[in-house]
Write a protein that binds this ligand. Structure first.
Ligand code: NAI
Length: 334
């Protein structure tokens, strides 16, 4: 069946798995047509959206003022972010230009929380190192000693959808769960004790970051914060790279502060993310440096990458597009 197309979307930085998940649900959204491009959305590529009603972008797009002005000039009236975070979008400028910005506020909190605990376990039990040894017929376990999580204290920073899921997981591991959030989540009261950020840093054996990146919490984990942490702490970040000051983190790692560090996100990731650079020498020193340490495990911003989450992202983004289609530019709803 053919529908009248009322909303044309240019989908930036499209990967095979994006096309698969969006193509699988698009029939539920008559009137929407998507064209995919490999190009990342930014000030120079925004003009590619000429003639489209909306663009769809992801975490490493540059959706700041110049991009938005170009999109506006080319008639685009909605930016559909296929992610929860929107720190890369100038929402004020979008509002000023009458461009609607929509995000996917909830898709599968467990997809990110389960990766966070996976990173904690991988860093704690040196799973990546162990895997490499076994591949080389090295069955020696010296140096791979971990810590039990049961009975230890998990400190969760940010107890929204993902942080709550992480609290439930840590509780299931038999951990004592404490949390810091600017807004308390009362549904967690049975097994989570809210403390100040200082107390959390001092008491936790595992610290996991689950708050959005804002101007207020940029580099919230810096030298001062690290110095308050217990020696031998495990630190996990699946939220946004700039919550941690990378050079202070490296100093802390070198000083032996951490038993393990698990990072799905890091400050320089936008330079490499979702592309194969295996034949290159990485120009940015911090990422390569972090990879040097035996107690650091890194993944490539893949917290969202489960089948359930991809489907939910596709459905919500296309629902957002349907809503944007009816939008008369009066408000911006982020
Ligand atoms: P959410 O909005 O449900 O929860 C965020 C929580 O952080 C809220 O309770 C809020 O009050 C709290 N918060 C805000 N500022 C804070 C601060 N300065 N200190 C402490 N708490 C603070 O968001 P959700 O869905 O749980 O996502 C959290 C973050 O996870 C996103 O902002 C995004 O950066 C990241 N994320 C990462 C993904 C990945 O693939 N690695 C995928 C999806 C989200």
């Amino acid at each position: 069946m053919r529908y009248n197309i009322s909303m044309r979307i240019l989908f930036y930085a499209a990967k095979r798995y994006d096309k698969e998940s969006f193509d699988a649900v698009i029939d539920k959204f008559p009137g929407i047509e998507i064209d995919y491009t490999d190009h990342e959305l930014g000030p120079r590529s925004a003009s590619m959206a000429d003639g489209y009603d909306a663009v769809c972008a992801f975490v490493s797009a540059d959706v700041r003022a110049r991009t938005l002005m170009s999109l506006s000039k080319h008639g685009v009236r909605a930016v559909l972010m296929r992610c929860a975070g929107f720190n890369n979008v100038d929402t004020e400028k979008a509002k000023e230009l009458g461009i609607m910005v929509k995000i996917v506020p909830r898709y599968s909190p467990e997809s990110v929380a389960e990766l966070a605990i996976g990173l904690a376990l991988a860093a704690n039990r040196r799973l990546c190192k162990s895997y490499i040894r076994i591949r080389e017929n090295n069955f020696d376990i010296d140096g791979l000693c971990g810590l039990n999580l049961a009975g230890k204290t998990a400190g969760i920073i940010g107890t929204g959808k993902i942080g709550s899921a992480m609290c439930r997981i840590c509780n299931g591991f038999g951990m004592n769960v404490i949390a810091y959030d600017v807004n308390k989540n009362l549904t967690l009261e049975k097994y989570v004790k809210y403390v100040s950020l200082n107390e959390l840093l001092k008491q936790s054996d595992l610290i996991s970051l689950h708050c959005p990146l804002t101007e207020d919490n940029y580099h919230m984990i810096d030298e001062a914060a690290i110095s308050k942490m217990k020696d031998g702490v495990i630190l996990v970040n699946t939220s946004r790279g700039s919550l941690i000051d990378t050079s202070d983190l490296i100093k802390g790692i070198r000083a032996g502060k951490f038993h393990g560090v698990g990072l799905d996100v890091y400050e320089e990731e936008t330079d490499y993310i979702y592309a194969d650079h295996s034949n290159e020498i990485l120009p940015n020193p911090a990422t390569s440096k972090l990879l040097d340490y035996p107690n650091v495990v890194m993944t490539s911003h893949q917290g969202f990458y489960t089948k359930e989450a991809l489907r939910a992202i596709a459905e919500t983004t296309l629902q957002n597009a349907t809503d944007a289609d009816k939008y008369v530019c009066t408000a911006n709803d982020i």
